[in-house]
Design a protein around this ligand. Structure first.
Ligand code: NAD
Length: 310
């Protein structure tokens, strides 16, 4: 039988991708949304994607596309959707009041075993879950878009989340082929966005100071740093770029601190620099943003495949 029963609350961009991930891991999946049309188009879209992925040899998991698709069912009644659920992944719009309302509803309907997990990118667990009767079972599992090809999931507990909830979620994410990381406590931006914003702000300053063009700035990442980062992180990069971390610090400590002291203030992300970057990006993507996204996802799919072969 199925590995468990996952309920996706919100069948938009992220909900669809989660549904495919769970089905690839053999889970029965219930897709819930308040908009019936969203469920219908999600099912159509998933069926099409799965067939294409199977054809190109990039379908995840061991089951056929047909079998995986047969594990997914739409449902527009929340109470019915939650019957027998072992895991709930909330994927509604990034709006605190809306999400609080939904967790309040779930709190009244769930048993004491199911894990209630939120896909939120930026809302902190203390904002989302404080005061819920089932707070022990609540956790943030923040995916990266698209979760089907980018496996990282940040697990962020509420101070009252039970350690067993973290462990269950961690094990489940591994089982469905994702790559979970555990934060010991919440911090604004979690880890991924804190790293991302550090990079973005220095990129913005370098372009703003006219030191490098927007296009060349992006090349520094995509043809430089990023090549390594798809396989090893910044800390292991240090380790391998010298005779270990200790040796790296010995050699580069002073230089890093000297350079870091020259970093400017937080950019405004507006005005002339914004215009300059916007113009450059539009020139680089003369076709549509959607075509470029499709190309990006194709690249990510192939990279994901390469990573599993290494
Ligand atoms: P989306 O707008 O594509 O989908 C949201 C879905 O929720 C829609 O189908 C909508 O009909 C449905 N919905 C609205 N109210 C609802 C309710 N009361 N009950 C059930 N469903 C309801 O949004 P998305 O991009 O999929 O984002 C969903 C969540 O995932 C957000 O919290 C977002 O921050 C997070 N996230 C998004 C990305 C990304 O890149 N898009 C990445 C990581 C995390």
């Amino acid at each position: 039988g199925p590995a468990g029963r996952a309920v996706i609350v919100g069948s938009g961009l992220i909900g669809r991708s989660w549904a495919m991930v769970f089905a690839s891991g053999g889970f029965k999946v219930i897709l819930y949304d308040i908009v019936q049309q969203q469920i219908t188009s999600a099912l159509e879209n998933i069926s099409k994607q799965m067939r294409e992925l199977e054809k190109s040899g990039m379908l995840k998991g061991t089951l056929s596309a047909e079998k995986q698709f047969s594990l997914i069912h739409g449902c527009s009644d929340l109470k019915e959707a939650l019957e027998g659920a072992t895991f709930i992944q909330e994927c509604t719009p990034e709006n605190l009041e809306l999400k609080k309302k939904i967790f309040g509803q779930l709190d009244l309907m769930v048993n004491d075993d199911v894990v209630i997990s939120s896909s939120t990118s930026c809302l902190l667990p203390t904002k989302l879950f404080t005061g819920l009767k089932h707070v022990k079972q609540c956790i943030v599992a923040h995916p990266v878009n698209p979760p089907y090809f980018v496996p990282l999931v940040e697990l962020v507990p509420h101070p009252e989340t039970d350690p067993s909830t973290v462990e269950k979620t961690y094990a489940l994410m591994k089982k469905i082929g994702q790559s979970p990381v555990k934060l010991t406590r919440e911090t604004d931006g979690f880890v991924l966005n804190r790293l991302q914003y550090a990079v973005i702000s220095e990129a913005w300053r370098l372009v703003g100071e006219g030191i490098v063009s927007p296009t060349d700035l992006d090349l520094v990442m995509s043809d430089g740093l990023g090549m390594r980062y798809a396989f090893i992180g910044p800390l292991e990069t240090m380790h391998l770029n010298a005779e270990g971390i200790t040796n790296y610090c010995e050699r580069y400590r002073e230089g890093m601190i000297r350079v870091l002291k020259t970093f400017g203030p937080i950019p405004e992300f507006s005005g002339e620099i914004e215009q300059k970057i916007s113009q450059a990006m539009c020139e680089n993507t003369p076709k549509s943003i959607n075509l470029r996204r499709e190309w990006r996802d194709e690249c990510l799919a192939r990279l994901a495949k390469l990573k599993t072969e290494m």
